[in-house]
Ligand binder design. Structure first.
Ligand SMILES: [Zn+2]
Length: 465
């Protein structure tokens, strides 16, 4: 909290001493009207309620995923976007059918688990084997060859809770490649503590991957309380055996669509500000936080802008496909638009839940910093602090853009303190979204996108590396 307060103080002191010529008094009046309009509108919540209720979970390639694509296209059209279109994206399709687990010895009890994305099935009766505990992935990697033959490798690593979600990256390493490392040592199954900050008894799913030449073993995460229980049982010094039963299917290459809506700019329509989120979700919850909120609030933000004034440059909302299975929609989008990436004058993705935006950060050429500061000044009334590092990374779907070229990427940092309590669980549902906070997010995206699209000069990226 101290960090935020300091940043807020810095933001207000600099704002008082800054003026620039990027925006006229009329434009700033429009920004003020836009901010109020978004703060007083239920549109983003209505969209989120509709998506999570009428469609529900949206695992890529499922019938629900197809319904979500049709839903998004219809909503864009109904909201009056000038252009609405689909772009194909392919991905490795995968399904979960059933999953269960129990501790067998030293005392039989339930084990709350979930299959990790892309995991193979167990035999119909499941696998029953002794658990070998490692505190970290590196400990597993350091285990002697063949030391896990016939065993289930278990990583007990617990992610830490913080506002910016910095505990996620280190914890996800064990989810991505843990089963590969376990199989290399002879394990017949892989189990990990969920990538989670929660106390509830839901397991958190997420993508994992196999490696050619290494045997594919079933791959699960267990809920935090179950992970604590396993650790206590192992500490007693007697063999701990569990049964894991997951039934899944790898369906080969599947197809979905990025759904895109645009309001055309009045002076330079070929240039655009890109905002958006990902339309797909995991199958356990209804994908309200991840990432229905990002979808709904960026659609609503663009709509609110169009009701105030069409900016000079276009505002494009991209709803990416198949993010959860490996950023497939984003890879397809930035590949398809590879020859015109310089038309993206600013890009920001909302994919971190629905708690308030607390910080605004750019990644632009030094020449464009006056525009950034002017935007920051208009975000300040929303309690959004300016983070002056100019090193924003953006959301996950912007990674392919960042890898392809130098781009003007922005982060509207959301408070992620509680995000990993619900992330990728059955508990990611609409009731976790505070409508008032969603309005603040919508207003912040609206102000940012409008000003980036309507500034006098075009925002420039840092020189290419
Ligand atoms: Zn997401």
């Amino acid at each position: 909290m101290k960090k935020i307060i300091t940043a807020l103080l810095l933001a207000s002191s600099f704002a008082a001493h800054t003026t620039n010529n990027e925006f006229t008094a009329t434009q700033l009046q429009q920004v003020s009207e836009l901010r109020d309009k978004a703060l007083n509108s239920d549109l983003s919540y209505q969209l989120l309620e509709s998506l999570t209720t009428e469609v529900g979970p949206r695992l890529p390639g499922t019938d629900n995923d197809k319904k979500a694509v049709a839903w998004a296209k219809a909503q864009f059209e109904q909201l009056g976007f000038d252009k609405v279109w689909l772009e194909e994206a392919s991905f490795p399709e995968w399904r979960r059918f059933s999953e269960s687990g129990k501790i067998i010895t030293p005392s039989e009890q339930p084990l709350h688990l979930t299959a990790l994305g892309h995991s193979v099935s167990t035999p119909k009766a499941g696998i029953t084997a002794e658990v070998v505990l490692f505190e970290t992935l590196d400990e597993l990697i350091a285990a002697p060859a063949n030391s896990l033959t016939g065993k289930i490798a278990y990583i007990n690593y617990k992610m830490n809770r913080d506002i910016d979600g910095n505990g996620y990256g280190p914890a996800v390493r064990a989810r991505s490649t843990g089963s590969v490392e376990a199989a290399k040592k002879g394990a017949i199954g892989y189990m990990m503590r969920s990538v989670s900050t929660a106390h509830h008894r839901f397991a958190h799913t997420g993508a994992s991957r196999y490696q050619d030449g290494v045997s594919k073993i079933p791959n699960v995460a267990i809920a935090n309380p179950d992970a604590d229980q396993i650790a206590r049982l192992i500490a007693l010094g007697k063999p701990v055996k569990v049964n894991i039963n997951i039934q899944t299917e790898d369906l080969g290459e599947g197809q979905s669509y990025n759904v895109i809506g645009q309001f055309n700019g009045t002076e330079n329509p070929e240039q655009y500000v890109l905002i958006g989120g990902h339309l797909d979700s995991w199958d356990l919850g209804t994908g309200a936080l991840d990432d229905g909120a990002g979808v709904a609030l960026t659609m609503a933000a663009a709509k609110h802008i169009s009701e105030i004034k069409r900016p000079k440059r276009s505002v494009r909302v991209v709803l990416f496909a198949a993010e959860e299975l490996g950023l497939w929609g984003a890879k397809a989008y930035f590949k398809q638009h590879a020859n015109e990436l310089d038309k993206i004058v600013a890009a920001a993705e909302s994919d971190f839940g629905a708690d308030v935006v607390y910080g605004f950060e750019s990644n632009v050429s030094a020449h464009s910093l006056p525009i950034v500061r002017a935007i920051a000044k208009q975000l300040a009334p929303l309690n959004v602090a300016y983070i002056a590092k100019n090193d924003a990374h953006g959301g996950p779907d912007l990674i392919p853009l960042k890898n392809a070229t130098s781009a003007a990427i922005f982060s509207l940092h959301q408070n992620g303190t509680d995000y990993f309590d619900y992330h990728h669980t059955a508990d990611d549902t609409l009731d976790k979204v505070d409508p008032v906070k969603l309005k603040q997010n919508t207003a912040a995206y609206a102000v940012f996108a409008f000003m980036a699209a309507d500034a006098k000069t075009t925002i420039k990226a840092k020189p290419a590396k």
